[in-house]
Design a protein around this ligand. Structure first.
Ligand code: MN
Length: 242
């Protein structure tokens, strides 16, 4: 049987370093590749090019995976930039917003992780907290475990699952996930349904069954290295009829 092909949007490395002879790179984190391959599909990197050339790329793949990366530009959800905003990539924002539009039109599924989840939320009219310090909750959770030196694959905070299917996949209603985001979903976009939340109220995953969208704020592609259940999320995504 032919394997499904999952298009992963690549990121750009735009620093001049000696290691790469001062050239810029197109890349993705290895975890994105490994998780898709281990779950039984073929990863295909889609470079950030002129969005006008995107539709032919979409013909080559069965589904789209929007992985982590830069902060989303606040102007896309009608806010001024805070001084706490991190690096943004206007080029990537434009490219991925167009890709979301075309993927929905083609009725192909979208898997979105971290920045990907945030961008999909913004696409559907949702908003973000530009930094975790802006989350108005009495319960403080460190969502950026890099700041407290916890390795990427290791879980750092609990989430409560609000969706029976996700609970089945992860085997529990309370699950400890890793957390490598300093931005977070504020208002959820139209038609998106939260499937889990952290104790401070932050949406940690959502779905839109009508459009075959599955989104996670944490990084199952990293966590699957030490937790087999996290690979279930990728296998389950691939199980959909497409
Ligand atoms: Mn988190």
């Amino acid at each position: 049987m032919q394997k499904k092909v999952i298009g992963i949007v690549a990121n750009r490395f735009e620093k001049d370093t000696e290691q790469f002879t001062h050239e810029h790179l197109t890349y993705t984190m290895q975890g994105n590749i490994d998780a898709i391959e281990k779950a039984g599909a073929l990863p295909l990197l889609i470079p950030i090019i002129d969005p006008a050339n995107l539709s032919q790329y979409l013909d080559l793949v069965d589904a789209i995976f929007l992985p982590g990366g830069q902060d989303v530009q606040p102007k896309l959800y009608g806010e001024e930039e805070s001084s706490l905003l991190g690096t943004t990539s206007p080029k990537r924002d434009t490219f991925e917003m167009e890709l979301i539009k075309l993927t929905l039109a083609a009725n192909k599924p979208i898997l979105a992780i971290c920045r990907g989840a945030q961008l999909v939320n913004v696409y559907f009219g949702g908003t973000l907290y530009q930094d975790e310090t802006m989350i108005p909750s009495d319960i403080k959770i460190e969502h950026d475990q890099v700041r407290i030196d916890i390795p990427n694959a290791q879980p750092s905070h609990l989430i409560t699952i609000q969706d029976s299917h996700l609970e089945e996949l992860l085997g529990s209603k309370k699950v400890k996930v890793n957390s490598l985001h300093h931005q977070a979903i504020h208002e959820l976009g139209q038609g998106l349904k939260a499937t889990s939340k952290a104790a401070d109220g932050v949406v940690e995953s959502f779905i839109n069954p009508e459009h075959h969208i599955t989104a996670y704020q944490w990084h199952p592609e990293m966590q699957q290295r030490s937790n087999d259940k996290m690979l279930n999320l990728f296998k389950d995504f691939l199980k959909q009829n497409f």
